[in-house]
Design a protein around this ligand. Structure first.
Ligand SMILES: [Ca+2]
Ligand SMILES: [Ca+2]
Ligand SMILES: [Ca+2]
Length: 277
């Protein structure tokens, strides 16, 4: 064996050691599911009544399930004005005749517009009398999975946000960025648009897009809220329709691409060596 082969072997051993210690744990870390909307199950699909006789024009729908982060999904549907017979309708959970998997499907019609808020804050009562969400801030989760995950992913089946830029979404998180100071709670909000599509697509938001404390708050989070078609920043559109398959947090995709490149390089090297012999 000449020096060239010895050097090559050393490089290979170092590469394998790096692969095992740095890349493999990240690549095989599991995503964390916030909500896959598989609950309620078949036959328990919840339809939001197409119009509300309630003077607040709001509907509070809660589902508890161990598959939902924190054990519960709180959903508030608000018609931003006097509701009509076609203001809003929804499917939440599994409806095999319409979709293959559990979904959140919201269909809203003409003015006034409707906004929908999903809240994950642990199991709480909210305010069923006045139809308002209460933030219990009792989630207590590390959504970074020890620093591995770096982004939220909303998996849409379709979206029609009506606005030229698409569907407006606000994501609000609360948590203690310093685990040694659990009482110092920070609230971070990210506003953005999701482009319209009639096909399946993913909408990702990196934790760092929430600001310099984003990753730290996601590492010690106590509540998570999604505001669809909200008017909090001065805009809410009529006729908005969305079908959402799941929300989860995942690692950076480039880590998986890197792993694929490394594995591919080893395969090519092995193949060439065998051919040379
Ligand atoms: Ca709750
Ligand atoms: Ca709540
Ligand atoms: Ca689903």
């Amino acid at each position: 064996m000449n020096y060239r082969h010895i050097a090559l072997r050393c490089v290979l051993i170092c590469a394998v050691a790096w692969l095992l210690t740095a890349v493999v744990p990240v690549a095989f870390a599991g995503k964390i599911v916030i909500d896959d909307f598989e609950s309620p199950g078949p036959g328990e699909v919840y339809f939001v009544p197409p119009h509300s006789v309630d003077p607040t024009d709001a509907l509070l729908v809660k589902h508890t399930d161990t598959n939902i982060i924190g054990g519960e999904r709180d959903m508030l549907v608000e018609v931003l004005g006097p509701s009509g017979p076609l203001s809003a309708a929804a499917i939440i959970g599994q409806e095999p005749e319409v979709h293959q998997a559990g979904v959140l499907q919201i269909a809203t019609c003409g003015a006034p517009p409707t906004k929908v808020t999903l809240q994950y804050d642990g199991v709480d009562l909210d305010d069923p009398i006045n139809k308002k969400l209460h933030n219990a801030q009792s989630l207590s989760a590390d959504l970074t999975d020890g620093g591995v995950n770096d982004r939220l992913v909303l998996r849409f089946i379709s979206s029609d946000g009506v606005h030229p830029q698409g569907l407006k979404i606000g994501v609000q998180v609360t948590g203690a960025p310093d685990p040694h100071k659990p009482a110092e709670i920070v609230t971070l909000t990210h506003w953005g648009y999701v482009a319209d599509s009639t096909r399946k697509f993913e909408h990702s938001i990196k934790f760092t897009e929430f600001g310099s404390q984003g990753s730290a708050v996601f590492g010690n989070i106590n509540s998570l809220m999604f505001l669809f078609n909200t008017d909090a920043a001065g805009l809410s559109m009529p006729n908005v329709d969305i079908v959402l398959d799941a929300i989860d947090v995942v690692p950076e995709p480039s880590v998986l691409v890197l792993l694929g490149c490394v594995v591919g390089s080893f395969a090519v090297y092995g193949y060439r060596r065998r051919r040379r012999r």
